[in-house]
Design a protein around this ligand. Structure first.
Ligand code: HEC
Length: 105
């Protein structure tokens, strides 16, 4: 099948694909949490305690460990944007720490 045929067929839904996609989505939701999914399960106890560990270990080095309640969730976005690089956090660590901070507020 060349590109032109594919284009023409667009008006006809490909139900096989749809059924397969729904099957995959259903399978994903039916499964118990996997390690690789941590970033999407941003309120699980395990995920938040990982965030707390990173926070405890990385954010009290240069100053006292800040109190999450001292700043609004909105302020923490900016604070984390400047502090995550200082603490050498990667993207997902940054997100985990932020989610932890917001969860204890
Ligand atoms: C490399 C040193 C360093 C690390 C690591 C560090 N900070 Fe900071 N932090 C600073 C300095 C310096 C300031 C004050 C100057 C500034 O605001 O940039 C500060 C200020 C702050 C403030 C006050 C901001 C304000 O607007 O009053 C908060 C809150 C904070 N840090 C949170 C964190 C958190 C959370 C982490 C961990 C992700 C972290 N810091 C890691 C150096 C660091």
């Amino acid at each position: 099948m060349n590109k032109h045929n594919q284009f023409k067929n667009e008006a006809i839904p490909n139900y096989n694909f749809l059924v397969a996609a729904l099957g995959i989505i259903g399978f994903m939701f039916s499964c118990s949490p996997k390690i690789g999914e941590a970033s999407t399960k941003n309120n699980s106890t395990e995920y938040l305690s990982q965030g707390k560990t990173i926070y405890d270990n990385s954010c009290g080095k240069c100053h006292d460990l800040p109190n999450p309640k001292e700043y609004s969730a909105q302020s923490w976005v900016g604070i984390m944007n400047s502090m995550a690089p200082k603490a050498k956090l990667n993207e997902s660590q940054h997100q985990m720490v932020y989610d932890y901070i917001v969860s204890v507020k």
